[in-house]
Design a protein around this ligand. Structure first.
Ligand SMILES: C[S@@+](CC[C@H](N)C(=O)[O-])C[C@H]1O[C@@H](n2cnc3c(N)ncnc32)[C@H](O)[C@@H]1O
Length: 211
């Protein structure tokens, strides 16, 4: 763990990470459900925070207009290299850039969509706060922020397995009921949609205030 978060590299990076994620049911269908009704029209731009090997960016690219642009960001060269090697099969422009999600090298109001999946919980609280602030800053007014991450399990059985993990570290806690929505509200993002996409993962969509 660096001071910016857990960098997924070596046996946890690239193709290895993809295999591990699909073992937990995090594959193509999962990312399609995460996106819901979100797409990217002509000339629109999106940024993916903590993009890993690029699965959420690729799911968006499948439905994006050919003139759209998607930029994935991560702190891991292994993840970014994998994503870059698999970006050629889409019509829209895909770029991958090494940067921490709490310090995005993009101008204010540059993107129509900011998104992140399964990455915020891998960062310390101050980075998480900075990431939401940065997502809000780089969004255009009216732009959307899609946040997907672990949540408290829906079933009683999984809740019983999950509960002891809460005592093993801050990153295992459920951040949805107040942490994430509060961070977003502080940054001028209003909650529009909220729901589970699997028994243990949830998505929320926020919109940046227009004034
Ligand atoms: C669990 S993986 C999720 C990857 C991807 N979003 C997905 O859904 O497959 C978390 C990713 O966040 C990255 N990460 C951790 N801290 C970060 C930070 N401060 N800024 C950007 N990426 C970070 C890790 O390197 C890793 O690739």
């Amino acid at each position: 763990m660096t001071h910016k978060g857990r960098e997924f590299k070596g046996i946890m990076g690239g193709a290895n990470y993809k295999r591990l994620a699909s073992f937990f049911g995090i594959g193509t269908k999962f990312y399609q459900k995460a996106l819901g009704d979100i797409d990217l029209g002509p000339g629109m731009k999106a940024v993916d925070l903590g993009c890993g090997p690029g699965a959420l960016s690729f799911a968006l690219a499948e439905r994006a207009h050919e003139s759209a642009v998607i930029i994935g960001t991560d702190i891991s060269n292994d993840q970014l290299d994998y994503a870059g090697r698999h970006a050629g099969r889409f019509q829209c422009r895909l770029e991958f850039k090494k940067t921490s999600m709490d310090g995005l090298p993009f101008p204010d109001g540059y993107f129509d969509l900011a998104m992140t999946s399964m990455a915020l919980h891998e960062t310390p609280p101050e980075v998480r706060r900075g990431a939401v602030r940065e997502a809000a800053r780089v969004l255009k007014p009216g732009g959307r922020f899609l946040l997907t991450d672990w949540s408290r399990p829906q079933s009683l059985f999984l809740t019983m397995l999950w509960f002891p993990m809460v005592f093993l570290g801050e990153k295992n806690r459920d951040n949805w009921d107040n942490v994430y929505p509060n961070l977003c509200r502080e940054s001028g993002l209003d909650l529009m949609q909220d729901g589970y996409i699997s028994s243990i993962a949830r998505r929320q969509v926020f919109v940046k205030k227009t004034v």
